[in-house]
Structure formats: C-alpha cells, structure tokens
Design a protein around this ligand. Sequence first.
Ligand SMILES: NC(=O)c1ccc[n+]([C@@H]2O[C@H](COP(=O)([O-])OP(=O)(O)OC[C@H]3O[C@@H](n4cnc5c(N)ncnc54)[C@H](O)[C@@H]3O)[C@@H](O)[C@H]2O)c1
Length: 304
Amino acid sequence: MSGRLEGKVAVITGTGRGMARQVALRFAAEGASVVGCDIDGEAAEETLQEVRAAGGRMESLHPIDLTDEESAHRLFEFAAEQYGGVDILDNNAMQHRMGAIEDLSLADWQLTMDHTLTLHFLTTKHAIPHLRARGGGSIIFMGSISGSAVGSGYAGNLPINQPYSVAKAGILRLVVALANELAPARIRVNAISPGCVATPLGLAFFGPTGSPVRRVIEDSLLIPELAAPEDIANAALFLASDESTFVTGLDLAVDGGYLAAGGGGLTRPEDVAAYAPKMAEITVVDHWKTSGVRASQPTGGSRS
Ligand SMILES: NC(=O)c1ccc[n+]([C@@H]2O[C@H](COP(=O)([O-])OP(=O)(O)OC[C@H]3O[C@@H](n4cnc5c(N)ncnc54)[C@H](O)[C@@H]3O)[C@@H](O)[C@H]2O)c1
C-alpha cells in the first residue's frame, strides 16, 4: 500500500539521523510533504538530499536548536509557508547525559531535561495552532521503555540512565494529559516506546553482536534482537495516518516484548523443566468447578 499520507504535511524533529531520518523517508514515500529539522545542519542536509533522491517531497530548517522557543515557533511558520499548513508532528529530537547521580552536575541534568522533555513541550505548543487550523491532526512523541519499566529490568533502572528515564516518564505522562486536553480539537496524541533500536546512537551504546550489553538486551526480550529504525517508522506511520483515527492517548511499545516479559525475556527451558511434574499432574483445569486442582491440594487454605 502506498499513499497512506497523501495530502498531509508532517513536521519531523531531529531528522539528521537515526529514527527520524527513517521516518522522513517513510512518510515521504507514503505521499506526505515532510518538513525536517536538526541542530546538526550537515546531517539534516544529508537526510534532505536522501529523501529528495528517493523522489520524496521535503524541506528542512537547519541548523536549529529546538530548545529555543523562538526557533520552535519558526519551524511551524516555515512549514506552513512551504506547504500551507501542518497535519502531523513527530517529536523525535533528543540529547541526554548519562551518569550516576553523585557524578552528574546540575548542568548535565538540565541539558537532559531541556533536550529530552522541554523541547517537546515547545514544539507541541507551537504546532497546535496549525493543527487546529486544519481541524485536527496527529502528534507523536518518542517515549521509551525506560520511561515506563519502573519495576522491571534494566531499562530505566540502570544507575547511569536516571535523568533520561525521568524525562521519558514525563513524556509519557504528557501524552496522556494532552490526549485529554486536545481531543475536542480532534488532535490525537500518542507515544511510541521503542526498546533498543539499531540507530547510530543506539549501536554506539549497545555495541556489536555478541558484546556483553547486546547479550543482556537480547536475554530481556521475547524477540531477541535489536529493533531496526524501520520498525519504529512503521509504528509512526500507523499513528500518523488515518488508519488510527480512533487511537489517542496510547503508548505503543515497539520493544520486542520487553514489557510483556517484565524484562525477563523468553521463559528458560530449565524453568519449564522445573514446572514439568506439576504440569503433568494438572493436565486439565476446570475453571468453573476447579475440581482438578482442589482435589490434589491440601484442605484448610494452607499456602505452604
Ligand atoms: N535508539 C534507541 O535505542 C532508542 C530507544 C528508545 C527511545 N529512543 C528515542 O527515540 C528518539 C530517536 O532516537 P535516535 O536513536 O534516533 O537518536 P539520535 O541521537 O540518532 O537522533 C536524535 C537527533 O536529534 C537531534 N537533536 C538533538 N538535540 C536537538 C535540538 N536541541 N534541536 C534539534 N535537534 C536536536 C540530534 O542532532 C539527532 O540528529 C529519541 O527521542 C530517543 O530518546 C531511542
């Protein structure tokens, strides 16, 4: 299927590399007029040329620092001048600092909050009048499993990752609040929470196949491999398109089953083996009568 975004104007932030570059390519291939931007002008120009070479329609405003409110405002004025309005905002841009709390300076913390959370407040705030003028639209935020996996696994709980996790938790909360606030304007607001994605940034951290970090990641998943940027672009396409007109306030995890497994990965064969005798004993459980289970259990409500 193609043309799923025909007639739509999509602003995508952070198009210099990684997922946003892939989203730009995908949205343009589906007929959108794309407006990109990045603080890294050279990288943003590369994406612009790549999209155009693939036959896509794209303009880009770069270099631009979206933590500056005037710049965030200008981005949407630029999009409206180029293409006559805005229907979609895909919030991707991000920078962060990692470190244990005692090693982080206030400036490190502030940089992470500014570039991972506040920046998206600014872009969203300045996009909304344009979406209202079109009678509605779709806003997508890039969350992360780090923001929601509060009680399970390494994501969000690595000691060096806490400013990022806190900022992403803020994004996920913002998505729900804005879905409520903007519903009367028919503006849908959703998040995508990737797990671990093979972008240049991701690969620099996760290391090559077989590295200790990659093994920890793979062991935590039901689909034991890194996501491709294309996996995220596919999810963004769904949330941007009219195929999701009844979807708002969602956090769509594209995480290879990390959250579903509580960060514990596939059930281990030795765990299945440990349960095997019990499973052989309880072959059929009648949930209405529970006779199969009760008959083999001691009476008196003992938990031992
Ligand atoms: N890679 C992963 O495994 C992963 C996992 C979960 C969530 N995410 C999230 O997905 C999004 C994209 O991740 P990525 O791996 O593609 O990251 P990336 O670092 O490759 O891309 C981010 C882009 O944002 C740009 N940027 C940074 N600060 C900016 C600013 N102030 N103004 C304008 N542009 C700015 C950067 O120059 C860069 O091109 C991020 O929000 C990230 O937190 C990534």
